[in-house]
Design a protein around this ligand. Structure first.
Ligand SMILES: Cc1cc2nc3c(=O)[nH]c(=O)nc-3n(C[C@H](O)[C@H](O)[C@H](O)COP(=O)(O)OP(=O)(O)OC[C@H]3O[C@@H](n4cnc5c(N)ncnc54)[C@H](O)[C@@H]3O)c2cc1C
Length: 406
């Protein structure tokens, strides 16, 4: 099997294929820090809602005008962006939101179960994991929003625990006095995403798979034996089956294979802050939409959603937004010097659902569009794809993930 793209999606598919006895060759344009999979917030949060939701349209204009808002859409003349925004608007309807919630809920359960097995396969190579992810608020409005989402998650079967600010601080003294409460999602967990990708690569090569970095696929060809990818350098890789898992770069690869992917690159940032007392559990700061993940000597702060196309330009005030927003919840952040500035591109579909399934071209599949949830849904994605390849059953809800032919 030939896999184009060695981010967390391509790597988990490679691992799942090897465990079913299929040969695997993964090609990746890196190494560099561009892959979203290496610098993300490292939170596995099954059951969380899609980005398009009924609460977005009434607040969109205010968010776009507020310099502290995590959302930014720098004006640019782009028909694909306009079409994407219109489709996003349609996906915010309550009926579309409910449907996406149900699909993501079932997908989250499958992914959580598959991740447990994957982590046990990685054995001692797996990174250290912190249990739980908390949704944390500092305003009554944040609390009301969190309660509504939590009610949904409970209906989908996910365990949650409500804590007021004092109870949270008793468990985790790093949180400041401004924090009013939190909802702890017991199904969540967090870890260093780059270490997870490295462990997967190790496990893949131990199982006889091949990972080739510095292989930027330029052309694809199919003949009677299967698929051949050629890089600009002239290097060649091949496999009977093809999987395209190239994140935001997937659309031009699958276009000649019969599918127009409507994906926008949503840029997010992270910084690292060393703290004398770091929170034990990962969390998301609801009002600021900032993910806080304990890593190494401190925390990774990650967030912002910038629809500015495919580029890795770091905008300094967006980085400051992360530290300023986090300091409202973690006072120690205000006095710390952030390091390790990074940005990466989330592959976002307009309806908030990934695209996972068979392409019209023979023996070809795609897995991308995971947006904010790539780490969370990677293991379930791999299970769905490999099961489909081997003629296994596909759950009915996964029909909503299938790529639409032109
Ligand atoms: C700031 C931030 C925080 C996030 N936090 C979380 C989180 O806490 N939890 C979560 O679940 N998700 C999170 N995400 C989302 C998650 O990171 C993505 O959904 C996920 O990494 C997407 O994985 P991918 O493998 O599809 O894409 P990528 O990781 O981008 O990998 C695609 C790979 O394809 C390769 N490639 C591209 N073109 C070619 C080509 N022509 N030839 C060969 N190789 C090619 C690239 O080199 C790249 O390595 C976050 C994202 C960001 C930006």
């Amino acid at each position: 099997m030939l896999i184009v793209g060695g981010g967390v999606i391509g790597l988990t598919v490679a691992h799942a294929a090897l465990t079913r006895g299929l040969g695997v060759e993964v090609v990746d344009a890196g190494p560099d820090r561009c892959s979203a999979s290496r610098g993300n917030a490292g939170q596995v949060a099954p059951g969380h809602p899609p980005v398009p939701s009924p609460s977005v349209p009434p607040r969109a204009l205010q968010m776009l005008l507020d310099p502290r808002s995590p959302l930014s859409i720098p004006p640019r003349p782009s028909l694909p962006l306009l079409r994407w925004l219109l489709a996003f608007r349609a996906a915010c309807r309550p009926s579309a939101y409910e449907r996406s919630m149900r699909v993501l809920g079932a997908f989250g359960v499958l992914s959580r179960d598959c991740l447990d097995r994957l982590v046990s396969d990685l054995g001692s190579a797996a990174p250290g994991m912190a249990a739980g992810v908390a949704d944390i608020w500092n305003t009554p409005r944040g609390e009301a929003e969190a309660e509504a989402e939590t009610a949904w998650m409970q209906r989908l079967g996910f365990a949650t625990e409500h804590l007021d600010g004092a109870a949270l601080r008793r468990q985790d003294p790093a949180w400041g006095p401004g924090v009013r409460g939190a909802c702890v999602h017991a199904d969540g967990l967090s870890f260093d995403p780059a270490a997870f990708c490295d462990a997967l690569r190790l496990c893949i090569s131990d199982a006889g798979g091949r990972f080739r970095s510095r292989f930027k696929m330029k052309t694809l060809r199919r003949d009677s034996t299967g698929w051949t990818a050629r890089a600009a350098s002239g290097a060649v890789a091949s496999g009977q089956r093809l999987i395209v898992a190239a994140g935001v770069w997937s659309a031009p690869i699958v276009a000649p294979l019969g599918v127009n992917l409507r994906i926008q690159a949503a840029k997010g940032y992270h910084v690292h802050v060393t703290l004398p007392t770091r929170p034990r559990m990962a969390g998301v700061l609801r009002e600021r939409k900032i993910a806080v993940t304990p890593l190494g000597t401190g925390v990774r702060l990650a967030g912002t959603l910038e629809l500015s196309g495919i580029n890795h330009r770091l905008v300094p005030h967006r980085i400051e937004q992360l530290t300023r927003g986090a300091a409202e919840f973690l006072p120690q952040v205000g006095a710390a010097t952030p390091t390790d500035h990074w940005c990466g591109l989330r592959p976002c579909t307009a309806n908030g659902l990934p695209v996972v399934g068979r392409l019209p071209a023979r023996d070809a599949w795609v897995a991308t569009g995971h947006g904010m949830m790539g780490l969370t849904l990677a293991a379930g994605t791999a299970e769905l794809l490999v099961s489909d390849m081997l003629g296994g059953p596909i759950p009915p809800w996964a029909q909503d993930l299938r790529p639409l032919s032109r």
